[in-house]
Design a protein around this ligand. Structure first.
Ligand code: TXA
Ligand code: MG
Length: 319
């Protein structure tokens, strides 16, 4: 099998209803979608991604009316955030109802719910009337895809169809907020900044530090987002520069490092816009992987807005 890529919603719906997997565009990153009603389809996600079964999946919905059969005890903060940001790059962890498959939630009593903001994806959800379980469409542990071509390169041989919605506008995975506990916390920094969320909630949030030994959100393992190059994050270049200048590249925010070959450098946003930088990050990490460079120096981005999520991903890429 090799997947085809296109914009045929009807074909995508047919496949999903038959229990096949489809690559889908969202505003954050591309997802690998399955119909939540079909157990075998959901199981296929773990197989195709080589993902451990202890890592739960996010369920994608068109609108909040679909929550009723899936979640219970929805707190008022959900409604505030839904009104402010949905559809958009935020995932809510909520108490799940019995009926929802344990395979999706990896046995947790909570489920991740997201309302993606991409016109083609929303059309798919609307026309199909399905709820879709979808992780990012990359092999487990690798950088998430931000274009249909990225999905095709790595999973093309394993899935029948990729719905092409162009390049992802946000470029980082959704921000995950845990609304299932007394104290609300951020489980994953992502495409919606903490500042924006805090402004709507009216209080400061805790960003829970999740270690690789804590299975609470396994996708947050320290070594996630690993490209195959040696990435150094926020470290002094000087020592290695002596060694082998031509094998060194750099990922930079807005200007070139004076000591490294310009052709070996990637500037994420010349005008210093963190949203633009976020959009480019994963594509650039993939590009560095196709070069002969041995070491990539990633500079630390400003720790505000999407800069925090960028730093988080670079830190994990560097692990
Ligand atoms: O932007 C996104 O969120 C993308 C697009 C495709 O929607 N999806 C995505 O899915 O990034 P994935 O599976 O690559 O990452 C989801 C993360 C994982 O780290 C998983 O452990 C965590 O969400 N997660 C899912 N359900 C959870 C739950 N019930 N409790 C805690 N963490 C959960
Ligand atoms: Mg992922």
């Amino acid at each position: 099998m090799h997947s085809t890529t296109g914009t045929d919603i009807t074909k995508a719906i047919d496949l999903l209803k038959k229990g096949e997997l489809v690559g889908i565009p969202t505003e954050t990153v591309y997802g690998l979608a399955a119909n939540i009603e079909i157990h075998e389809a959901v199981a296929k996600i773990f197989e195709v991604k080589n993902r451990p079964s202890f890592d739960p999946l996010i369920v994608h919905l068109l609108e909040r009316e679909q929550l009723d059969p899936i979640c219970h005890s929805i707190p008022k903060e959900f409604y505030l955030l839904y009104k402010a940001f949905c559809p958009g790059p935020i995932t809510f962890i909520l108490p799940k109802k019995e009926k929802l498959s344990d395979l999706i939630t990896a046995g947790h009593n909570t489920v991740g719910i997201r309302f993606p903001n991409h016109p083609l994806c929303r059309e798919l959800l609307r026309e199909s009337n399905l709820a879709l379980a979808a992780p990012s469409a990359n092999p487990f542990g690798y950088v998430s895809p931000t274009s249909a071509a990225h999905v095709d390169q790595q999973l093309g041989k394993k899935i029948p169809y990729i719905l092409d919605g162009g390049e992802c506008k946000v470029g980082l995975e959704s921000t995950i907020i845990d609304l299932s506990k007394k104290e609300i916390s951020i489980l994953r920094l992502g495409g919606l900044s903490m500042e924006e969320i805090e402004k709507v909630l009216g209080f400061k949030l805790k960003s829970s530090k999740i270690s690789s030994s804590n299975p609470q959100a396994p996708g947050m393992l320290s070594s996630h987002y690993s490209p195959s190059k040696k990435v150094f994050f926020d470290q002094d270049i000087e020592e290695n520069i002596e060694v082998d200048l031509n094998s060194i590249g750099a990922i930079r925010f807005k200007n070139y490092h004076p000591k490294i070959e310009k052709t070996n450098q990637w500037i994420l946003s010349e005008k210093g816009d963190l949203n633009e930088a976020a959009r480019a990050l994963f594509k650039v990490l993939r590009e560095t992987d196709t070069t002969d460079l041995e070491i990539i120096y990633a500079e630390k981005f400003p720790d505000t807005g999407l800069g925090r999520a960028i730093n988080d991903r670079l830190k994990r890429a560097a692990y």
